[in-house]
Design a protein around this ligand. Sequence first.
Ligand code: SF4
Length: 409
Amino acid sequence: MTHLSVDIGGRPGIDCRGFCEYCYFKHVKETAPFGCRYCPPYKKGCDYCSRSVREYYQGFKELRTIADDVLARLQVIPDEVSRITISGGGDPSCYPCFTDLVELLSSMEAPLHIGYTSGKGFDDPGVARFLIDSGLSEISFTVFSVQPGLRKRYMHDPTPEASLAVLETFCGEIDVYAACVVLPGVNDGPVLEETCQWLEDRGARGIILMRFANRTDQGLILGNAPVIPGQQVQEVEEFRDMVTDLSRRFRIKISGTPLWDPRIGSPFALSKEPDLLKKLPRLERKASVITGRIAAPCIREILSSRGRGARVVPVEKDIACLITIDDLLRLDPTSLDPLVIIPGRAFVYDREAEEVLSRDGVARTVMRGPDALTADAETSMGMTRNEVLALEMDTFRDLILQINRYGST
Ligand code: SF4
């Protein structure tokens, strides 16, 4: 069974009827490539860290191009297509030939998923019935608020009533995962409660709340901070407590990113499972493990339960996957072990990291750890607790084995 992903291209903010006020792509500048896990050893900068990370597309692809691409891929797929996901830098609801595209894909008779839509392109409530009849079975839909006026003002949705009517029909018939960037003072508090209630009453599967970031250390690494000058931002703990409180008061699954999924206890649900922790290998060698501010205490707790070999070092950034060379430059290399493990997805060029972290004259080896050590709310939304725990057991086992193999004695 194969999962077919159909990329329609498009540019954030441009191919979705203009920038939402909170869109992280709004002020993205032409920064030099960061370097990343995909860069070849001889060159800093590859397609991923110079283009894809900015979702730097040319515009929507022609329907013809998409059709040819799908056809070519179908010819090399050995078995049946089990699901089709439509994704891209632009918003599928704004794709000019959207109905033709859906008709084309529905002819494959596999369940159709829309990976992300703001719904801003849905001007006719009737499109919901067409999509369901064409096989749409799951959608991730950015709601922001169920008050049409707020959608209009902050998302620049020209037809918010129609978009919400489409969402309402979807909620009653297919799997809807709603998403909501929380702007304190705008769509939090009673406005957010109204949104949660609306989605619960209509049958959505879940809602992912996204903490709004407005500073580089909160994760805006593309020269785009602040996204909204003067906008109030929640501290991580405050945001986590809001998610906890809402999830207690509603039946619908409510989780947050970067923290947290209260029903599963993730990220790092493993830290609260002493019996599982005992099944991880013991740490036999030493290494420094660099990570972000949010993950550091949890990673430290898990690794320290398996021995004393790992020194967990947080940088001044909330999210580990968004670490750049500037964060490493702020670390004191003398406090680091001969082996330094950085997050697998950090936006750093490996050779440059080694130079920076050896600038005190002591040669250190820099290696990338697993791509992710846990599941964030977007990943855990469709997972069970046991699936998340199994994933964390695998990733921490890999990390410990890496330290035991390459670390110092
Ligand atoms: S719809 Fe999404 S990509 Fe487009 S402007 Fe809004 S937040 Fe950005």
